[in-house]
Structures are given as structure tokens and as C-alpha cells.
Design a protein around this ligand. Structure first.
Ligand code: GDL
Length: 721
């Protein structure tokens, strides 16, 4: 292979390493700033130059510092990556790059050549360098090479030249990085850019290992978290991937991306990323909704998150409350507060008529006309129409309110979570459906059914009113970006509302929505909707994995009268693996000692769960696990008991399908133990108890721990406090 071509990593590595040593030394001495901002990295229509310039203004105002230019469907970013920019395009890019600079935003230019590049062909490398050189001439100083969403099978020529796909990508990235004189910011997006793509997993991924070991240290790596669209990103998961990549990653966050579903938009706050992550990362870039204007909340709340500074002490307990969705995760970053802050500022923008594309609003025309200062002046140069005494008054709409925006955000919240109002509406509709007999027959429940139906109707009406006020907002640019979505939800709510009215028996099915031959808006979703409804997994999404439950649970302290009930649950749950494992051959658990109640736990360490039938679960903890270990003659290493001096057990009957009450009990016990001075909690689960294992695995705070010499059929989990 010629010198100008791509050389296999092994040949060039030493050379390149030496060349870059001095620059790396300088890098190590000066701490690099945390990269924060936006990646325009979605599929579909790219943003306009004006929108990007507006983005830079916002980023500067909110304290974000970077913009990664990577619009998937821009011809010359991906599909025709080899083509140079025309003089006209060059002018536009130069203007954009200098606009970014004027707002102190780092413009990072990315190319995605992976659709068709032949890594081993020197001409291809030359084409890539030529393209980057052109953009460098436009004034750009930071660059990026992206290999996401591409075929992983190499062509025969590349297979001959490189030991693996990772080697091919790294070789070209290192070479371009050198060619561009080691820019301060150079980002690399791997093909396995999230944990779920790694085989067999992150620590053992050969692909990631090669990238980590051979990609030059000056190059940073993009990572989307556990999944493409990650529900949560934990500190542990980042520590795990950083160890393999040999550097902290830059998060490419798809939490607000909506390019995969034309019915969804995300206006919820940046969430479920603990701020303890910040010191473990090189940066965070959000890849938000395709529509520019609705991204106000996504970007504003990310900026608030980036400014938050971690609290003292561990946050395990707070993390548990997150998973129940009831409390905020960090005491110094509250998604709810960040959301209110963003919505309050956004409201002003809705009311602003000076936005690009926003015409003069009729109401403000009228105001102007009536104002004393400029009695006859209008922007369109003609006198405004003033109705006569017996004529129709001019249409005026109530102004949009903060409450409207909160509702809007609730209806279009986050990929794995509906906002609280949406959740309530779903629960209420479910209840009304389930108890619809009460609507017609005169039963004890009838009054309750009617009152809840009335409340449901009011919630639907609030959506319609919000829609009306939004569609009259002066800023048309935001409205147009939102329009399809709010129209869709208005219709969806309309259908639900009509359905509840028919359940009440007072109204015949609405002619518009529910008759035999409905209008097309009575059967929504098109062909894709039809397909989904026919598939067995329909509705099997994280959001609805646990069907809306109307059960009311009560968690209260254990009292001596509960003893029999608790022991009954204990016996019932003794054989989690079914009858295959005879009880007598089962190893005892330390928690069994807790259940004989001879050593009763402290009052604040014993809770029971009740539903409308009876006690249906319990959670007990012991400050000091040692006596329990001694009692069942289990020799637990002193160092383990030092790290995890306390122990805990929880059991919930299978009829409780919602995991939240158990999480809540654990959360309370962990808080109590921590407040009493404990530093860690141990719990044991039998191998065959898949349900409890699954439950603990989903709690971020419990991790499996290896304890040599202990029974094979028991798994030990530990949580540090
Ligand atoms: C992806 C793509 C991104 C897309 C997102 C959401 C990365 C690195 N790449 O996988 O372009 O917008 O999913 O659909 O995230």
C-alpha cells in the first residue's frame, strides 16, 4: 500500500504516536473544556441556515459551547460525501461557521463516509482529506468522522488489508486526524455506539477494544449509552465503557430524537442522567427532535443539567426514587424545575411576533390600531378593519399560558415516559372502561363513575383549549412545527372523549368518530398502524409494560398483628423455582432469620404492603447482618460485612404486578439504614427466583457481588449507601 493510502493500524501506530506526543503532552497539561451542546444528527429534513444561526444564539445564551454538524440526509454529509461544496454552498457554510464563532460555539464538521467507502483504497482517503481540507478553508477547526448505522461486513479488498472493521475505521480516523494537524476537537462515532450493539457485551467487545487501544488519544469517541435511545445512563455504565475505550466518551444523546416515529415529539426535560456523570464524561451533545423550534425545552434543560454541580455523598437512594418516577433524581438538578424554567422562557417566544416566518398577529394589529401612540399605523400599510356596532366582533383568542405549555410538554414528554397528566388520562380512561357497567346500571359505583367521567371530559377539554390558544399564538414558526402533533393528539383525545360519552349511555356514538362507516380520522395511523395492531407484540413497549394499574397500595410499618400474614407470604414464596426444588434441599437464606421474627427488625426497618385484599408484601432490614449469618452458620468474609454490614429482604405476592410499591419500600429501607449510619446492604436471592432477580437487576443500586466459598445456588447483591 502506498504512503498516501490507509496503512494498517499496526504499521503506522508507533509513527503516529511519536508525532503526536508533544501535542498530547500539551493537552494533558491544559484541561479541555467539557463539550456541551447539540448534534444535528437525525434523519430527515436538515435545519435551515437561519435555524442553525438561531441555535448558536441560544447556545451562547444558555452556556452551551458546541454544535456537531451531521445531518444524516444532507447529500454531502453522507450519501455524496466525496463531493466538494459548490461556491454557493461554500458561502453558506462560511457564514454559518463564522456565526458559530461569533457566538462562542465550536462548529464541529462531520462526515459519514461509511455507506460506501473502501477503506483500503488510497483514493478514498485522499477524497476524505480533500473534503475536510475544503471545510477547513471555510474557517472550521473541529472535525468528526461518523461510522454509525452502516453495514458491518467489509468488502473483499478491505478484508485483505485490515484484520477487522475496527482496524479499518481507526486507521482512516488516525490518518485524517494527523492530516488535519491534530485538531483540538476530533470526534469518532463507532459502529457499535451503544452497549446493546456490542457483542457479547461492552467489556468483552473486540470491536470496542480495538478502537480503545488503537485510536489516537486526541480523538474522542461518541456513545449513546446502554441503547440507541437510552432511558437512563448510569455512572457505572460509563465507567465500564470508558475502561474499554481508554477515555471518557462524549454522549450523543438521543433522548429527544424523534426521527424514528412520525407521531412522537419530545418536550419533556433532560432526565435520568445523574449529574455525577458530568465529571466522568468528555461531553454531552443532544440529537433532538427533527423540528427545530420544539427543541427549546430539550436544549434549555440540557444546559441547566450541564450547569448543575454534584452534591456531596452517594445518590443511590435518590436514584431509586427516580425509578418510581415520583421524585426528582438529584438534589441539585431537578428535571421538573428545569422544565418549568424552560417553559417560562419558551412562553415568551410563543408570544413574540418577530420570529422568522412569523407574520403580524391579527390581535396585535388590532392592539396597535387601538393604541394612542400610533393610532392609524399598521405594518401592512392599510387601515385595519374595525367592525361596526352591529357587526361581528373581531376574533380574539385568549393568550397562551404557562399551564398550556406544561400540558403540551406532558402530552409529548419523553420516549419512555408520559407526563403526569397523560398518565392520569390513561389511567382514568382505563378505569372508566373497566367499570363501564357502573355507568348504565344504578350501582354504588355509579356516582363515582359519573364524577370520574366528568373529570376525564374536563381534561380532554383542556387539551382542546390548549390547542386553540396555541394555534392563535403569534409566533407561527413554532406553531407550524408543532401543528401536526397537536392536531393528532386533539383528535386522539376527541376519540377517547366520544367513547366515554357513549359508555355513559347518554349519547349515541358520535357520527364523526365511532359509527360503522367512520371518516378517515376515526381510524388513525395508516398502514403502519394497521401492521402494528396485527403484530403480537403490539403495545409491548416499555411505557406500557406494566398495564396502567388502578390498585391502591398502602405501605406502613409492620406491627405484631401482621406476623401471621407475613409468615404466610414467606412460606408461599419459598419455592420460587416451582416444585422442582424440594424445600428441604434448599440452602437457608440469612433473611429467613428475619422472618422467624425472633430477632425483630427495628420498627423503621420493617414495612408491609397492603392492597385492597390484604397484606401482600413485606420488606425487612437488619442494621447488622452478622448475627443472621451466624445463626444459619454461613461464613461470610469479614471484608464483605465491612462493606455491606446490613441486610435486607423483600417479598411481594405475584398478584402485585406493578414493581413500584416494592421499589418504594426498598427506597425507604435504604434511607433508614443510611440515616442510621450503615454504609452498605447485602441481600440474597436464589438462582431460581427469576422474578426477584429481575427486580433487583433493574434497580440501579444493587450489583451482584462475588463471595468465595458460599452456596452456588444463591446470588449475593450489594448496594452501597
Ligand atoms: C441513530 C443514529 C441517529 C438517529 C438516532 C435516532 C446515532 C449515533 N445514530 O442510531 O442518526 O437520529 O439513531 O433515530 O445515534
Amino acid at each position: 500500500m502506498s504512503d498516501s493510502g490507509v496503512r494498517p493500524a499496526a504499521q503506522t501506530e508507533d509513527n503516529i504516536k511519536n508525532m503526536s506526543k508533544s501535542k498530547e503532552a500539551t493537552r494533558e497539561m491544559s484541561p479541555r473544556r467539557f463539550i456541551s451542546g447539540v448534534v444535528e444528527g437525525f434523519y430527515g429534513r436538515p435545519w435551515t441556515m437561519e435555524q442553525r444561526a438561531e441555535l448558536f444564539r441560544r447556545e451562547q445564551k444558555w452556556g452551551l459551547n458546541s454544535y456537531l454538524y451531521a445531518p444524516k440526509d444532507d447529500y454531502k454529509h453522507r450519501m455524496y460525501w466525496r463531493d466538494l461544496y459548490s461556491p454557493q454552498e461554500a458561502e453558506q457554510l462560511k457564514t454559518l461557521i463564522s456565526a458559530a464563532r461569533n457566538h462562542n460555539v465550536e462548529f464541529i464538521y462531520a462526515i459519514s463516509p461509511g455507506l460506501d467507502i473502501t477503506f483500503s483504497n488510497p483514493k478514498e482517503v485522499t477524497a476524505l482529506k480533500r473534503k475536510f481540507d475544503q471545510v477547513k478553508e471555510f474557517g472550521c477547526r473541529s472535525f468528526s468522522l461518523l461510522f454509525d448505522d452502516i453495514e458491518t461486513e467489509m468488502c473483499p479488498a478491505d478484508k485483505q488489508a485490515f484484520p477487522s472493521f475496527a482496524h479499518a475505521q481507526v486507521a482512516i480516523a488516525n490518518e485524517v486526524f494527523q492530516h488535519l494537524s491534530q485538531p483540538e476537537v476530533f470526534l469518532f462515532c463507532p459502529t457499535d455506539y451503544c452497549a446493546s450493539f456490542c457483542t457479547p457485551n461492552v467489556p468483552q467487545s473486540a470491536y470496542l477494544r480495538t478502537v480503545g487501544e488503537t485510536l489516537l488519544q486526541g480523538i474522542d469517541i461518541l456513545w449513546t449509552g446502554p441503547k440507541v435511545v437510552s432511558h437512563k445512563i448510569s455512572v457505572e455504565s460509563i465507567e465500564e465503557v470508558s475502561a474499554v475505550l481508554k477515555r471518557p466518551p462524549v454522549i450523543w444523546d438521543n433522548i429527544h430524537a424523534n426521527d424514528y416515529d412520525p407521531q412522537r415529539l419530545f418536550i419533556g426535560p433532560y432526565k435520568d442522567r445523574p449529574i455525577d456523570l458530568i465529571p466522568k464524561l468528555r461531553g454531552v451533545l443532544t440529537n433532538p427532535n427533527c423540528e427545530f423550534y420544539p427543541n427549546f425545552v430539550a436544549i434549555h434543560t440540557l444546559a441547566t443539567w450541564c450547569r448543575a454541580t454534584p452534591d456531596e455523598g452517594p445518590s443511590d437512594v435518590e436514584m431509586i426514587s427516580v425509578s418510581t418516577g415520583e421524585e426528582d433524581q438529584d438534589s441539585c438538578y431537578s428535571p421538573q424545575k428545569a422544565l418549568t424554567l424552560a417553559l417560562t422562557e419558551w412562553l415568551q417566544e410563543f408570544l413574540n411576533t418577530d420570529q422568522p416566518g412569523g407574520p403580524q398577529h391579527p390581535a396585535s394589529r388590532l392592539r396597535k390600531h387601538l393604541s394612542d401612540e400610533e393610532p392609524m399605523q399598521t405594518d401592512i400599510g392599510e387601515a385595519a378593519y374595525v367592525p361596526g356596532p352591529d357587526e361581528n366582533p373581531l376574533y380574539t383568542a385568549e393568550p397562551l399560558t404557562l399551564e398550556d405549555l406544561k400540558l403540551l410538554s406532558d402530552l409529548f414528554y419523553l420516549p419512555y415516559e408520559h407526563g403526569s397528566t397523560s398518565q392520569t388520562m390513561l389511567l382514568e380512561l382505563n378505569w372508566l372502561k373497566k367499570h363501564s357497567r357502573a355507568a348504565a346500571a344504578q350501582t354504588e359505583e355509579t356516582a363515582e363513575w359519573r364524577s370520574r367521567a366528568q373529570h376525564f371530559d374536563e381534561m380532554c377539554e383542556a387539551v382542546v383549549q390548549m390547542f386553540n390558544r396555541l394555534s392563535n399564538a403569534p409566533n407561527r414558526s413554532i406553531l407550524y412545527d408543532l401543528y401536526n402533533y397537536i392536531c393528532d393528539i386533539k383528535s386522539g383525545v376527541g376519540l377517547a372523549r366520544a367513547y366515554v360519552k357513549t359508555l355513559s349511555g347518554h349519547e349515541r356514538p358520535s357520527a364523526h368518530v365511532m359509527n360503522e362507516d367512520p371518516e378517515p380520522w376515526g381510524f388513525r395511523g395508516g398502514l403502519s398502524g394497521e401492521f402494528q395492531r396485527m403484530l403480537p407484540g403490539h403495545g409491548n413497549r416499555d411505557l406500557f409494560k406494566h398495564p396502567p394499574s388502578t390498585a391502591v397500595y398502602c405501605i406502613r410499618p409492620f406491627c405484631p398483628e401482621d406476623k401471621d400474614e407475613v409468615q404466610r407470604i414467606f412460606s408461599e414464596m419459598q419455592r420460587p423455582g416451582g416444585d422442582k426444588v424440594p424445600l428441604l434441599t434448599q440452602q437457608p437464606l440469612m433473611s429467613d432469620v428475619l422472618l422467624d421474627l425472633e430477632t425483630p427488625p427495628l420498627p423503621h426497618c420493617a414495612l408491609v404492603l397492603e392492597d385492597e385484599i390484604a397484606v401482600c408484601g413485606y420488606a425487612f432490614a437488619l442494621m447488622d447482618a452478622k448475627p443472621a449469618a451466624v445463626k444459619i452458620q454461613r461464613e461470610v468474609d469479614a471484608s464483605v460485612l465491612k462493606d455491606f454490614p446490613s441486610m435486607l429482604t423483600v417479598q411481594v405476592l405475584p398478584r402485585v404486578t406493578d414493581p413500584s410499591p416494592a421499589k418504594r419500600m426498598i427506597s425507604q429501607l435504604l434511607s433508614s439504614l443510611k440515616n442510621s449510619g450503615s454504609t452498605g446492604v447485602l441481600c440474597e436471592v436464589r438462582h431460581c427466583d427469576k422474578r426477584m432477580l429481575d427486580f433487583y437487576t433493574k434497580l440501579d443500586s444493587f450489583k451482584p457481588i462475588q463471595i468465595p466459598g458460599l452456596p452456588q445456588d444463591i446470588i449475593y447483591l450489594g448496594a452501597r449507601l
